[in-house]
Design a binder for this molecule. Structure first.
Ligand code: A3P
Length: 301
């Protein structure tokens, strides 16, 4: 129905409603193509907005930083504020308000491809569960789904209410990025961090790979939960129940294959997955799909 529809189990009626949404001036969107550092930024923004206090639980993470096109608008209406909304929608689909804030994270296309490969092949309900890496990367290129997403936001990188960042700059300088994000969110957050080293250190600690991995483990517990138990859970709002219950049931005889948003967390993991020729082919094809722009200068090495 929608030309720019992202992949994943997004329902048409939810997307239709989201397209009509009028963003509030206090909306903060964390926008990425899947597997570019969304969860990491959700933690960073939450920590900045809450003086270094982390999400209490995985459930709280989903409630306080809802996934727009998965949980729908009810989740956005009910989220505690200030808070940030996660979305994978391209600029062409996500409603825009000049007063709202949008943080976009781009990632090296080959690393993005590798990370998506693991995501799609370890999710038990994935239609691509048994695909070979070579075939996956070819389909990733052919569909031009990442390049279109990236370009849609790159064109707006200098808009005053868009902060365009890359995974590659977050990794070596998390402190610098935290400051940059704080400044973008408002001078009160920036001043707080400049004056209070303790809060800054808490943010760095709780958004570290190891700490996030611990919280992410709770997701495995949800992925394994009996649907009947989820239905009866009084602590879970209905829109979250829907998100968890909508996932297709595991196939018979399947072993545990949890979803992980925190996997390896490095720059250049593609080197362990692409042969020299595959990398060259990928680079050429990707460059073709973003021709007439200078976007590839970001990843020139
Ligand atoms: P890898 O699969 O390359 O490890 P998203 O949240 O958008 O799905 O992005 C997931 C990617 O971000 C995964 O990449 C994950 O490991 C990485 N990531 C998550 N938290 C991180 C952190 N604190 N530091 C570095 N990378 C992190």
């Amino acid at each position: 129905m929608f030309e720019d529809k992202p992949y994943g189990p997004v329902e048409d009626d939810v997307l239709e409603a989201v397209r009509k949404y009028k963003p509030r001036p206090d909306d903060i969107f964390i926008v990425t193509f899947a597997r570019c550092g969304t969860t990491w930024m959700q933690h960073i923004v939450h920590l900045i907005l809450h003086k270094g206090e982390p999400f209490e639980s995985f459930l709280e993470f989903n409630r306080a930083s809802p996934f727009l096109e998965m949980t729908g608008l009810e989740a956005v209406e009910n989220m505690p504020r200030p808070g940030a909304i996660k979305t994978h929608l391209p600029f062409t689909v996500l409603p825009f308000n000049q007063e709202a804030k949008y943080i976009y994270i781009a990632r090296n296309p080959k690393d993005c491809c590798v990370s998506n490969f693991y995501h799609m092949t370890t999710m038990r309900f994935s239609p691509m569960k048994d695909i070979k890496f070579e075939d996956f990367s070819e389909s990733f290129l052919q569909r031009e789904i990442y390049s279109k997403h990236l370009l849609s936001w790159y064109k707006h990188r200098d808009d005053p209410n868009i902060l365009f960042l890359t995974f590659e700059e977050m990794k070596p300088d998390t402190r610098g990025i935290i400051l940059k994000v704080a400044k973008f969110l408002g001078s009160q957050y920036y001043d707080m961090l400049r004056l209070d080293e303790e809060i800054m250190n808490k943010i760095i600690f709780h958004s570290s790979f190891d700490e996030m991995k611990k919280l992410n483990k709770q997701m495995d517990v949800f992925a394994e939960k009996d649907p009947e138990e989820i239905k009866k859970d009084p602590s879970m709002p209905d829109y979250l129940k829907k998100m968890f219950l909508n996932r297709p049931k595991p196939m018979q005889g399947e072993t545990k294959t949890p979803i992980s948003f925190v996997r390896k967390g490095i720059i250049g993991n593609w080197k362990d997955h692409f042969t020299h020729d595959q990398a060259r082919h990928f680079d050429e094809k990707f460059a073709e799909s973003v021709k007439d722009t200078d976007i590839m200068k970001i990843w020139k090495d």
